[in-house]
Design a binder for this molecule. Structure first.
Ligand code: TXA
Ligand code: MG
Length: 315
């Protein structure tokens, strides 16, 4: 059930249960990183394939060396600049970190989430938690406790409610090749912001290449058939008579019912658009539409992250 009691979440996690937790990006499905049964429950609940590793959430940078080792100086610079916050670092793992967390890799993904409720929760636990986004494999990530409830009502005793997520898209993921920073996943921190701290970073060029499994082609996908539109007026004419939903950046279409349209940011803020993105898909997906047409965002800053998610949502 949905609760605001941090104590209930602490008790459940101590018992080895999985618990939904709020973060600034999306809700996570959390378990004790040292409890194999609990970690297995994350995979079975999400129907997530075992080759897809989990992100470890720690309460502060002071706990980083418990999970990672041989940490490059540049990683500390990023952690100091962005933690608590939506930046996940892929680092060499400590030997105690279980294969279930890392999918057998020698590296571990780690971040300090920037959410007061979850930071309080972590400070009351004797262990970090592993938490993927709290959605079934390939589904749309949840940005409210209600989204999690709709997915996993039967599977979870505790869904910790921390309100709607501030950022609304997943963390940016970077790895390291000695002192070079490599982008693995676009996310809530724009590349431009990272480059201000560490200079130019390397970007994974081919979008079909699976570097982090979160880069899987069809991911973050609504159940409703979803397509890009480059010429909205023309497409609406072409699909006349069908029930079409729209995901738009700034402006709605006067001739369509408002319920079927999701304008992500009237004022044209890419941050606000990111915050609204998944909730928009959740609402449209609940309407039994024939399909959803999505408009590309301006391709800079968080627009790159939104476009990345849109390209994985289209069928
Ligand atoms: O914002 C977020 O990152 C959210 C919240 C809950 O923290 N979590 C999240 O987790 O998005 P998930 O599991 O949906 O995505 C984690 C991504 C996966 O694509 C996974 O492949 C990648 O992180 N990842 C984790 N550990 C990795 C590693 N050692 N090497 C490469 N990729 C890794
Ligand atoms: Mg996910």
């Amino acid at each position: 059930m949905i609760t605001t009691s941090i104590q209930k979440a602490v008790e459940a996690l101590n018992k080895g249960e999985i618990v939904a937790i709020p973060t600034e990006t999306v809700y996570g499905l959390a378990a004790n990183i040292y409890n194999e049964q609990a970690l297995k429950a994350i995979f079975s609940t999400k129907k997530r394939p075992a080759f897809n590793p989990l992100i470890v959430h720690i309460e502060s940078i002071n706990h980083l060396e418990k999970v990672a080792k041989n940490i490059p100086e540049i990683a500390y610079r990023l952690a100091n600049a962005f933690w608590p916050g939506p930046l996940t670092l892929i680092l060499e793992k400590q030997p105690e970190i279980l294969d279930l967390v890392t999918a057998g890799k020698t590296t571990v993904g780690v971040r300090v989430p920037n959410h007061p409720v979850t930071l309080q929760l972590l400070s009351e636990l004797d262990f970090p938690v592993a938490a993927p986004s709290a959605n079934p494999f390939t589904g749309i990530s949840p940005t409210t406790a209600q989204h999690v409830f709709d997915y996993f009502e039967k599977d979870l005793n505790v869904i910790l409610d921390g309100g709607p997520c501030q950022n609304g898209v997943e963390s940016t993921i970077v790895g390291f090749d000695s002192e070079t920073v490599i982008l693995y996943r676009h996310g809530a921190i724009a590349i431009e912001a990272i480059e201000k701290v560490v200079g130019q970073i390397e970007q994974v060029t081919s979008s079909s290449e699976i570097v982090a499994p979160g880069m899987l082609k069809l991911h973050y996908a609504p159940k409703t058939l979803t397509l890009f539109t480059n010429d909205l007026a023309n497409d609406l004419q072409k699909y006349k008579g069908q029930k079409v939903g729209l995901v738009l950046f700034q402006n709605s279409i006067a001739t369509l019912p408002e319920l079927q349209q999701e304008v992500l940011s009237q004022k044209g803020s890419l941050e606000e658009a990111a915050q609204n993105l998944y909730a928009a898909f959740h609402r449209l997906d609940a309407q039994n539409l024939d399909f959803i047409l999505v408009e590309k965002m301006p391709n800079h800053g968080l627009g790159k992250t939104i476009n990345d998610r849109l390209s994985r949502a289209v069928h």
